[in-house]
Design a binder for this molecule. Structure first.
Ligand code: FAD
Length: 463
C-alpha cells in the first residue's frame, strides 16, 4: 500500500487529490508565489488533507512522519511572506475542517474556536453574545484564527487591546510527533516557561494549532473619531508618543506620511501634510475624556484638526486592497514591509528605509505609515512599487527592495518584522534578528520537536 493509499484510508473524503484543490491550496499570498502562479510556474503538493477532528489531524501527522513526508500547515492562506508553499512531495494539512465555535463562557469572557474558523466568523459569533475578540487584522475576512496565532498577528485595534499574544488564552496543538498539547486555561501561570509562546509565531514549523481560546471584551459603545494633520512624520510621531507614554490607549492610532495621506485622504487633508487618525472607545465616559486629552496633546505637538471624515473614510475602505494580478498587469512590482523600533529611532528608520528603497532602480514609490503604538516605540509599515521595463526583472527588483529595507532596519537597530512574520522572504535576515545564540536556540527547539525537519521545511528557521 502506498502512503497516499494509507492516508486515503485514514481520511476518506477529507483527503483531496484533484488538481483544483492542489492548485488552490499550494501557497499563500506572497507576492513571489503569486508571480510564479501568474507565470504558470506554481508547484502543486501531492495531496491536501482536511481532517475534521484534532485526533484525525494527529494521525495524519503520525502517518506523514512515519513515511518521511513533508507537511505544510495551512490556515486560510492569507499569509504574505511565503509561509505556505508546497513542494511536489508534500502534503498540505489544512485546518479548514476544524472550524466553528466549540464553546463560549460569558462569565469568564472566553470563547474557543476550531483553528480553521475564519476570523470574521469568530468575531461575528462572539458579537451575538455582546463580546468582541478585539482583534481585527485587515485580513479578518480571509484569515483563520489558527493562522493569527501561528503568525503572531496584529489587529487594527492593537494599541488598546493588544496583539494576538495578548488576546489568546489557551491553545490546543498537534506537535510534530503527533502528540496533542493543550495549555491549561488559567488567567495566568507561574509554572515555568509559557509553552504557548512556542506556538505563537511558529509559522507551522513546531506544530499545528487545532483550537484557540480567546479572552473576550464586552462590545464597546460607538466610539469617538478624530484626525489631526502634521507638517511631517517626525512631528506626527512625536505627537503620538506624547499620547501613548502618559497612558492614553486609543484602539486605533495611525499616522500616514505625506505620500500615503495624499493617496488615501486627498479629499480630507491638505497636500503635503501627514494625517493621524484616532478611534477612542471604552467604558462609558472614557472615549470623550480620552479624545479631549489626545486633541490637546496633538495641538501642543503642532497638529491641526483635520476633517473627521478622514476616519470615516478609513473605516469604509480599511479592508480593501488591490490584487497582485491587478498590479502585475500594470507592470508593477509591489509589496509591504513592516518593522518596529523604539521612539528614539523611528524618524531615522523612516527616512533611512524610504531612501534605501527609492535607491533601487525602477522604484516609483516608497511610502509608510505607523499603525501600532507601544509605551516604548511603534511599527512602521512601508509600501513600495517598482516598474521594471522587463517583467523578467520582477524577482531581482523585488528582492533588491526587500534587501534595502531589511538592511536599513538592521542598521537602525530595528526588529525586522512587526506582524507579518518571517516565512521565506525574511529568513535570510533571521540571524541578524536573533543573533547566533538565538538561532542556535531556535534550531535546537526545532531539532528536538521535529528531528526530520518535516513540518514546514524552508520557513522561519535559517539553514
Ligand atoms: C490583504 C491582507 C491584509 C493583511 N492584514 C494583516 C493585518 O492587519 N495584520 C496581520 O497580522 N496580518 C495581516 N495579513 C497577513 C495574514 O493575513 C496573517 O499573517 C494571518 O494571520 C494569516 O492567517 P491564515 O489563516 O491566512 O494563515 P496562512 O496564510 O494559511 O498561514 C500563515 C503561516 O501560518 C502557518 N499556519 C497557519 N495556520 C496554522 C495552524 N493552525 N497551525 C500552525 N501553523 C499554521 C502556515 O504554515 C504559514 O506559515 C494580511 C494579509 C493580506 C493578504
Amino acid at each position: 500500500m502506498t502512503f497516499l493509499d494509507e492516508l486515503a484510508g485514514l481520511l476518506g473524503d477529507e483527503l483531496l487529490l484533484d488538481d483544483h484543490a492542489r492548485h488552490s491550496q499550494a501557497r499563500d499570498t506572497w507576492s513571489r508565489s503569486e508571480f510564479d502562479q501568474w507565470q504558470g510556474r506554481l508547484v502543486m503538493p501531492a495531496a491536501i488533507a482536511v481532517p475534521s477532528t484534532t485526533e484525525k489531524l494527529a494521525e495524519t501527522v503520525r502517518l506523514c512522519r512515519a513515511h518521511g513526508v513533508p507537511m505544510i500547515p495551512r490556515g486560510a492562506g492569507s499569509g504574505c511572506v511565503g509561509g505556505v508553499l508546497a513542494s511536489s512531495d508534500s502534503v498540505v494539512i489544512s485546518t479548514e475542517g476544524l472550524s466553528g465555535l466549540r464553546w463560549l463562557d460569558p462569565v469568564d469572557g472566553l470563547a474557543s474556536f476550531g483553528a480553521g474558523t475564519m476570523g470574521i466568523d469568530a468575531e461575528n459569533q462572539v458579537r451575538q453574545d455582546g463580546f468582541t475578540i478585539g482583534h481585527w487584522p485587515q485580513s479578518i475576512e480571509i484569515s483563520s484564527v489558527g493562522g493569527w496565532v501561528a503568525t503572531r498577528a496584529s489587529g487594527q485595534y492593537s494599541t488598546a487591546y493588544g496583539n494576538i499574544e495578548d488576546i489568546v488564552y489557551s491553545v490546543e496543538a498537534v506537535l510534530p510527533d503527533g502528540s496533542i498539547y493543550r495549555s491549561r486555561p488559567t488567567p495566568r501561570a507561574s509554572a515555568g516557561p509559557d509553552l504557548r509562546q512556542l506556538l505563537l509565531g511558529s509559522e507551522g514549523t513546531l506544530g499545528i494549532i487545532t483550537e484557540v481560546t480567546f479572552s473576550l471584551r464586552p462590545l464597546p459603545e460607538p466610539g469617538v473619531r478624530q484626525a489631526f494633520h502634521f507638517q511631517d512624520m517626525t512631528a506626527g510621531l512625536d505627537a503620538i508618543r506624547s499620547v501613548i507614554v502618559p497612558g492614553w490607549r486609543p484602539p486605533v492610532v495611525r499616522l500616514y506620511d505625506a505620500g500615503e495621506t495624499r493617496r488615501h485622504f486627498r479629499d480630507h487633508v491638505p497636500k503635503g501634510r501627514c494625517v493621524a487618525i484616532f478611534l477612542h472607545e471604552g467604558p462609558p465616559g472614557h472615549a470623550a475624556l480620552e479624545a479631549s486629552a489626545v486633541a490637546e496633546l496633538c495641538r501642543t505637538g503642532g497638529g491641526e484638526q483635520a476633517d473627521p471624515g478622514a476616519v470615516d473614510h478609513w473605516f469604509e475602505h480599511r479592508n480593501t486592497v488591490p490584487t497582485w494580478t491587478e498590479l502585475f498587469e500594470q507592470g508593477l512590482v509591489a509589496d509591504t514591509i513592516e518593522v518596529a523600533t523604539g521612539w528614539r529611532h523611528l524618524a531615522r528608520l523612516y527616512k533611512a528605509t524610504i531612501e534605501a528603497i527609492k535607491a533601487v532602480p525602477t522604484v516609483v514609490s516608497a511610502t509608510a505609515h505607523t499603525s501600532h503604538a507601544y509605551r516604548s516605540g511603534a511599527n512602521l509599515y512601508f509600501t513600495f512599487a517598482a516598474q521594471p521595463s522587463d517583467p523578467q526583472e520582477y524577482v531581482s527588483v523585488y528582492d533588491a527592495c526587500w534587501a534595502a529595507a531589511m538592511q536599513a532596519a538592521i542598521d537602525c537597530g530595528a526588529g525586522i518584522s512587526h506582524h507579518h512574520g518571517i516565512g521565506r522572504v525574511r529568513r535570510p535576515w533571521m540571524a541578524d534578528e536573533l543573533g547566533d545564540a538565538g538561532v542556535g536556540l531556535l534550531r535546537a527547539v526545532k531539532a528536538a520537536l521535529d528531528p526530520d525537519n518535516l513540518m514546514n521545511p524552508g520557513v522561519l528557521i535559517p539553514d
